[in-house]
Design a protein around this ligand. Structure first.
Ligand SMILES: CC(C)(COP(=O)(O)OP(=O)(O)OC[C@H]1O[C@@H](n2cnc3c(N)ncnc32)[C@H](O)[C@@H]1OP(=O)(O)O)[C@@H](O)C(=O)NCCC(=O)NCCS
Length: 238
């Protein structure tokens, strides 16, 4: 069964979603999501290179299911944060994913560039959109940026992608300029967005507010913060 069909199912199964660092073995699923999300998807080879060699790249995934009690390095185990995700049903046939490594419903990543963070990608599996997974991924991104000491966050987004722009605006990004004809597939302009300084009171207040709202939306007490010391390098987390 294709993972893309999951959203068509409307049974009563519920599961949990949690953030986790992306691993090499996740790349088939990440590629699936990339293909349905982007007209110019990144190939798995690009992700493999990022995970293996780019010490300034941080990639995370949102997995359905509950974390296992597998043997993990202490820092890695602490980074896992399960919570009930009661909004989305999934069929029993999803169990084959969950029994191996949990179904990935979205991913995102950033580059640390000096004192700034640049979001390189964010995508949610089509059938799981509009349930807060994109927001959850962004909270993970912001946790990482605070963790690595970034002063602000930037990204580019297609001018026509108003859904994503609304998500970013909700999390404090604002338009600062345009990169004309940035996307080579259709020569579409990119909108350049930045947050205010992450340490500004306005950003801290906004993000705290958004976390509270997201927790309420997901029916959980709070969105826990990732712990200091989080590192994303593949080598460091194995
Ligand atoms: C953009 C994307 C990651 C959002 O993920 P998602 O899980 O559906 O987003 P969420 O459910 O967390 O949405 C949070 C907020 O984003 C905004 N939003 C997200 N999708 C939207 C849409 N299609 N239309 C309008 N607003 C949208 C809304 O403000 C929403 O809040 P609300 O539900 O309270 O109105 C997802 O649509 C996606 O993968 N798109 C394809 C890839 C892509 O365009 N990535 C961005 C590249 S720059």
């Amino acid at each position: 069964m294709s993972a893309n069909n999951l959203g068509a199912w409307a049974g009563g199964w519920v599961t949990a979603v949690y953030l986790d660092f992306m691993r090499l073995e996740d790349l088939d699923q990440v590629a699936e999501i990339e293909r349905e999300a982007f007209s110019m998807p990144w190939p798995s080879s690009a992700y493999r290179r990022e995970l293996r060699t780019n010490k300034n790249a941080f990639y995370i995934v949102a997995r359905l299911g509950t974390p296992r009690n597998e043997k993990l390095s202490p820092s890695y185990a602490l980074l896992r944060r399960p919570f009930p995700f009661s909004l989305i049903p999934h069929p029993p046939s999803v169990e084959h994913y969950l029994s191996q490594r949990d179904l990935i419903v979205g991913h995102t990543g950033l580059w640390r560039l000096a004192d700034q963070a640049h979001i390189t990608t964010i995508a949610v599996r089509q059938s799981y959109r509009r349930h807060g997974v994109g927001e959850l991924l962004l909270t993970g991104i912001f946790d990482i940026t605070y963790n690595i000491g970034s002063e602000a966050v930037t990204l580019e987004v297609r001018k026509s992608n108003t859904g994503a722009q609304r998500l970013y605006i909700k999390y404090g990004f604002h338009q600062v300029g345009i990169r004309p004809r940035y996307y080579s597939d259709n020569n579409e302009d990119a909108i350049i967005m930045w947050t205010d300084a992450l340490n500004s009171e306005s950003m801290r207040t906004l993000l705290a507010q958004r976390r509270t709202e997201l927790a309420a939306k997901l029916g959980i007490p709070e969105i826990p913060e990732w712990l200091p010391g989080a590192r994303a390098s593949t080598e460091e987390r194995r």
